[in-house]
Design a protein around this ligand. Structure first.
Ligand code: DX5
Ligand code: ZN
Length: 221
């Protein structure tokens, strides 16, 4: 599974708000909706004040899905754990610029492992922090909430950074937005130049997950 080339709008449902006792079933529903990605939020209780899943859970899920595993590492020392996530079967790894002193090395390491690489900025992190490495990445992730929890309120000012990042990276690199995305905010971030939309609560808080995905899709048109 490969991250689709830039040029399409992709929705990457975050299973953080899904039923953790039924993750494989929840992912199957997304797959049946015709999506290509699923967003896996990895939290370590250190970089962010919450703990979610690690390689053992992801390795089990891998057997049940052909979706692109879009992993978002909200962890300290991502370089130390990258290989374990690759072995577990993720296709894409995003790490936070705030956690890595040598981002170029880590991006090269990820490419060497055969996965695509993403870099993420927190709402308070300036675009300048990623400017030098942005063109080496396959996807830039812009947080539109403080990382750590699903179901938070979208931060419009943080989303505006997408416009500037799009100017820097051109059309060949994906820009993903993560946090508080619903149909209303989806159209805003797409107008700024985002092409990959994470949505957790907007999908998994609804009984009709497929209807919720459709509503985001429609809003992106
Ligand atoms: C937040 C996570 C997000 C989050 C998105 O730390 O990185 O992926 O789960 O969930 P919603 O869409 O509910 O904000
Ligand atoms: Zn995320």
């Amino acid at each position: 599974m490969r991250l689709p080339k830039a040029g399409t709008i992709e929705i990457s449902p975050s299973i953080l708000s899904a039923d953790f006792a039924k993750l494989a079933d929840e992912i199957a529903v997304i797959e049946s909706a015709g999506l290509n990605l699923v967003h896996l939020d990895v939290m370590d209780g250190h970089f962010v004040p919450n703990i979610t899943m690690g390689p053992p859970v992801i390795a089990k899920l891998r057997k049940y899905s052909k979706l692109v595993f879009d992993s978002h590492l909200m962890i300290s020392e991502p370089s130390r754990y990258a290989e374990a996530f690759v072995d577990a079967g993720v296709d894409h790894i995003t790490f936070h610029i705030e956690t890595e002193a040598e981002p170029v090395k880590l991006i090269e390491k990820l490419h060497g492992f055969g996965v695509t690489a993403g870099i993420c900025l927190n709402p308070e992190t300036e675009v300048e922090a990623i400017e030098k490495v942005a063109l080496l990445c396959d996807m830039i992730l812009v947080m539109t909430v403080h990382p750590g929890f699903g179901g938070q309120k979208f931060m419009p000012e943080a989303a505006k950074k997408v416009e500037r990042i799009r100017e820097i990276v051109g059309d060949d690199i994906r820009i993903e937005v993560d946090g508080g995305i619903n149909p209303e905010h989806a159209s805003t971030v797409v107008s700024y130049g985002a092409d990959t939309l994470v949505a957790g609560n907007a999908i998994f808080s609804k009984t009709d997950r497929i209807g919720a995905i459709e509503a985001i899709r429609e809003a992106c048109k």
